[in-house]
Design a protein around this ligand. Structure first.
Ligand code: NAG
Length: 452
């Protein structure tokens, strides 16, 4: 750890640097995603992604009618991005590769020379400045031709994704050590199948569950490919995925049991198959959905089961646990006759659960983001309790502010308070956190919120 970083963290935490500091080797970085920053949506032979398709065919879904056609123009201005990282004294930069930029058809029969060159130059430029490239393979920009074949609901996607992963590992594996397969499967599936995100479909209890199963398999197959064919060559290589995890608190003591089921649904559905000792779906959740499916006259559970072979393939397919965290929600049961809402509006119909926030929590510019730093420490402890003392790499944490505040004290406060809770989890609860990523490097296209 260098001198600047000790001083910076000390200043951010508002305490003497000597008294509270992250351990030597703790990595700090910042992140972006391809569609949010690159622009160059039709540069060279790049293929169309589901985000290109979504914003062009349904422009009204984006709050300010904007899109990512140009965004931060990182496709052309990546040297300036690197300079920003240098100015921030970052250890690493987490960015994502756009699948249709590398494989214009979605399939590996055609690899784009210009696409490969773009990421290769970016990686070399970072390494020249001593900044480690940390690469996400999928941050939501699926090639549209694959969506036309059913996207994440088609079981073939596990192989399509693995074919794509192979091309990327072959091209960049000699220079990239840390890989994330999928960013936030919960957003991909629950978001993509409630109309919150592209492809903008509505099938929360069918499409989303098929997606959940296939995203787990896609991740695991790509992990096993790397383990078998690349790790022997690249011994420092490490692969995981990064999950979006809110923290959930019961609104009243009566809601405690429901809150555990909500954690299984929102956290465990995407983590238990990979990180738990037993593997497979969280058992209480699997029973719950099977029973509800029966009660509603379904011939089988809406949550597709895993075979024993699939359970073994997925279980343990990680070298660390990637974590994106922003906020805490309260949980209560819906009142009789009350609509649950969906993932978008803060409810889980499958569980009869409503999400909320305590009145004393401040809210960020994003209405869903209530500021409750203590929830971060509780979540970190929960992960340790559920999945053992796994190495946790925080891949996103941050807060939105209104555009006018350049002197953004509220953001400084957020980082100080959330980082302080991370440090408490490490020091007091023995949680093994190995790095922290601020979201994001720069203002960018915030999906349905556009540039607002
Ligand atoms: C690329 O897209 C822009 C709009 O963002 C359009 O003006 C331009 O003609 C397109 N270029 C090609 C080669 O299709």
């Amino acid at each position: 750890m260098d001198w600047m970083k000790v001083v910076t963290i000390g200043a951010v935490l508002g305490v003497a640097a000597a008294a509270r500091r992250f351990p030597a080797g703790f990595k700090l970085g910042t992140a972006t995603a391809a569609y949010q920053v690159e622009g160059g949506w039709n540069a060279s032979d790049k293929g169309e992604s589901i985000w290109d398709h979504f914003v062009h065919s349904r422009p009204e879904v984006i709050s300010d009618l904007s899109n990512g056609d140009v965004a931060c123009d990182s496709y052309h201005r990546w040297r300036e991005d690197i300079q920003l990282l240098v100015d921030l004294n970052m250890d690493f930069y987490r960015f994502s590769i756009a699948w249709p930029r590398v494989l214009p058809t979605g399939f590996p029969n055609r690899v784009s020379k210009d696409g490969v060159r773009y990421y290769s130059d970016l990686i070399d430029g970072l390494l020249e400045k001593g900044i480690e490239p940390l690469v996400t393979l999928y941050h939501w920009d699926l090639p549209q031709p694959l969506q036309d074949l059913g996207g994440w609901t088609n079981p073939q996607i596990a192989d399509w994704f693995t074919d794509y992963a192979r091309v990327v590992f072959e091209q960049f594996g000699d220079r990239v050590n840390t890989w994330l397969t999928i960013n936030e499967p919960q957003s991909v599936c629950d978001g993509g199948y409630t109309g919150l995100l592209a492809p903008g479909l509505e099938s929360e209890q069918r499409g989303a569950y098929l997606c959940t199963k296939h995203v787990m398999l896609a991740h695991a197959k790509a992990y096993r490919l790397y383990e078998k064919e690349f790790k022997p060559k690249y011994v420092k290589g490490q692969v995981s995925l990064t999950n979006h995890m809110m923290w959930y608190e019961p609104e009243t003591a009566q809601d405690a049991e429901l809150t555990e089921l909500v954690k299984d649904y929102a956290i465990g559905r995407y983590s238990h198959p990979i990180f738990s000792a037993a593997g497979g779906w969280p058992p209480a959740l699997e029973r719950h959905i099977a029973q509800r499916s029966r009660e509603e006259g379904e011939p089988r559970s809406r949550l597709p089961p895993f075979t024993q072979e699939e359970i073994e393939l997925i279980r343990g397919s990680y070298d660390f646990l990637g974590l994106n965290h922003y906020t805490t929600k309260t949980v209560r049961a819906v009142a009789p006759g009350e609509a649950t809402g969906t993932y978008v509006s803060g409810g889980f119909a499958e569980l009869g659960a409503k999400l909320g926030a305590r009145p004393e929590w401040r809210t960020a510019t994003s209405s869903w983001l209530s500021i409750h730093p203590e929830g971060f420490r509780s979540l970190l402890s929960y992960i340790k309790q559920q999945y053992g003392n796994v190495k946790i790499f925080i891949m996103e944490n941050g807060v939105s502010g209104s555009g006018e505040e350049l002197d953004d004290q509220s953001r400084v406060d957020f980082y100080r308070d959330y980082l302080a809770q991370v440090l408490l989890a490490m020091e007091q609860d023995g949680v093994d956190v190995i790095g922290y990523t601020a979201w994001s490097l720069m203002d960018n296209f915030e999906w349905m919120d556009g540039y607002q």
